[in-house]
Design a protein around this ligand. Structure first.
Ligand SMILES: Nc1ncnc2c1ncn2[C@@H]1O[C@H](COP(=O)(O)OP(=O)(O)O)[C@@H](O)[C@H]1O
Ligand SMILES: [Mg+2]
Length: 371
C-alpha cells in the first residue's frame, strides 16, 4: 500500500529568492495546510516556478526557512524532502512499459521486485491506469501519458506533491478532463498538493485555497470563493473571472459614485476618489439606469459579452443570456447590482473595507439612479 501523510503542512518563513541582485521573491510568509490542495496562481514571470522549486529543493533560498511537516528542510537535498514533482514537460521512457516507467525510480532506489510491483500496481490504480501496465507510452493518449507521469510521482509515497503547470500542453477538452481527474486523485491520496498555474479556471476549480502571486508577493491567499467574491486588490479582481471585472475610476460624492463628468453610476456612501469594480454579470439592463451604447457584441453560445460605452466614454463589459441579447443592441440603460460593487483605493489598489459583496447589506436601491 502507498502511505501518504496527509498532515504535512508546508511553512514558508521569510522566504527570499534572488538571482544575482534581482529579488524574484522579496520576502514571503505563508502556511500551506497539510492535506490541502493549494494553487499558486499568477501571470507568467511572477515567480511561481521559482517558489515551487524552492519548496522542492531545486533552488537554494537566498534567505528564510521552509518547513514540511514541522521539519526544517531548506538545507536538505530534494530526495530527502519526501516530495515528488510533476512538470509540464514530462518525459517518459518510450521503450519502457507503463509499469516500468512508473517503477523506475523505485528500481534505481533498490526497492525489491515484489514491493515494487505492489506499489506500481497501487499507483496505477490511483490514476486509473491499472489496465494499461503493459502498454508503451506511444500506445497511450496525451492524458494517459500525463497520468503515467503523475503515477511516477505518486509511487514514491510523497508527503507533498508539487505540480508545475502540468496541464498546459494539453488541449482544452483534455485539460478539463484532467482537472476532474486531478481533483479525484487528490481525494484518493490526500497528500498535501501544491499546483502552479497561470490559468485562473484551473485555480478556481482545483484549489482548496489559492495563493495569488504578483511580482513574487502574495496579493491574496484564500478560498476560491473568497478570492472571487472578496478580491483584496485590483490585481486579484482583474485576474480572476472571465470576462474580467470592470475597473472604473469614480469619485464618491453625495451618496453616489460618479464619473469625472458628474454622471452618477451607483449609490454608495464612499466619499472621494476610488476604483469601482463590477463583474460583467452584475451589470444589468434597467430603464432607470445609466445610458449606454453597445459598441461590440460577442456571442459565446450560452451567453453574450457586450462592450458598452458610457456617457463619459468609459468602456463597460456586461454579459447577458443569448436570448436577451437582441433586445440589447444599440442604445440601452444599465445599472450595477448594488450588492456586487467593489471599491479599491486608487493609489494602492487595495480593497477599501466594507466594499465587498458580503459585508454590505442591501441598503441601497440601484433602480432610482438619477442620470
Ligand atoms: N535561473 C534564473 N536566473 C535568473 N533569473 C531567473 C532564473 N529563473 C527565473 N528567473 C527569473 O525569475 C522570474 C520568475 O520566474 P519564474 O519563477 O519562472 O516565473 P513563473 O513560473 O511565474 O512564470 C522571471 O523574471 C525569470 O526571468
Ligand atoms: Mg513557471
Amino acid at each position: 500500500m502507498l502511505e501518504t501523510s496527509s498532515t504535512a503542512a508546508i511553512g514558508l518563513h521569510g522566504l527570499v529568492k534572488s538571482y544575482r541582485d534581482t529579488p524574484v521573491i522579496p520576502g514571503l510568509d505563508a502556511e500551506l495546510r497539510g492535506g490541502e490542495f493549494t494553487v499558486i496562481l499568477g501571470p507568467s514571470g511572477c515567480g511561481k516556478s521559482t517558489l515551487l522549486n524552492c519548496i522542492a529543493g531545486l533552488e537554494r533560498l537566498s534567505a528564510g526557512r521552509i518547513t514540511i511537516g514541522g521539519r526544517e528542510v531548506q538545507e536538505e537535498e530534494p530526495k530527502n524532502r519526501r516530495l515528488a514533482m510533476v512538470f509540464q514537460n514530462y518525459a517518459l521512457y518510450p521503450h519502457m512499459t507503463v509499469a516500468e516507467n512508473i517503477g523506475y525510480a523505485l528500481k534505481v532506489a533498490g526497492v525489491k521486485k515484489p514491493e515494487r510491483a505492489a506499489r506500481v500496481a497501487e499507483a496505477a490504480r490511483i490514476v486509473e491506469l491499472g489496465d494499461y501496465l503493459n502498454r508503451r507510452p506511444g500506445q497511450l493518449s496525451g492524458g494517459q501519458r500525463q497520468r503515467v507521469a503523475i503515477a511516477r510521482a505518486v509511487v514514491r509515497e510523497p508527503q507533498v506533491l508539487l505540480y508545475d503547470e502540468p496541464l498546459s500542453n494539453l488541449d482544452a477538452k483534455l485539460r478539463h478532463d484532467m482537472r476532474v481527474e486531478l481533483a479525484g486523485l487528490h481525494r484518493r491520496i490526500g497528500a498535501t498538493s501544491v499546483f502552479v498555474t497561470h490559468d485562473q479556471v484551473e485555480a478556481m476549480t482545483l484549489a482548496d485555497r489559492i495563493m495569488v502571486l504578483n511580482k513574487g508577493k502574495i496579493e491574496q491567499f484564500d478560498t476560491p470563493e473568497a478570492i472571487y467574491h472578496r478580491p483584496a486588490s485590483t490585481f486579484v479582481a482583474g485576474f480572476i473571472g472571465s470576462p474580467a471585472m470592470n475597473l472604473i475610476d469614480v469619485t464618491g460624492e453625495g451618496g453616489m459614485l460618479r464619473f469625472a463628468n458628474g454622471t452618477a453610476l451607483a449609490a454608495h456612501p464612499h466619499q472621494g476618489p476610488a476604483i469601482l469594480g463590477i463583474r460583467p454579470e452584475q451589470v444589468v439592463p434597467s430603464p432607470e439606469g445609466v445610458p449606454a451604447q453597445v459598441t461590440y457584441a460577442e456571442d459565446l453560445g450560452a451567453y453574450a459579452v457586450l462592450t458598452l460605452r458610457l456617457p463619459d466614454g468609459t468602456a463597460l463589459r456586461m454579459t447577458t443570456a443569448l436570448g436577451a441579447r437582441n433586445a440589447l443592441s444599440g442604445d440601452l440603460r444599465v445599472s450595477l447590482n448594488a450588492e456586487a460593487l467593489h471599491l479599491f483605493d486608487p493609489l494602492t489598489g487595495m480593497a477599501l473595507s466594507g466594499s465587498d459583496t458580503h459585508s454590505r447589506t442591501k441598503k441601497v436601491q440601484h433602480d432610482h439612479l438619477p442620470s
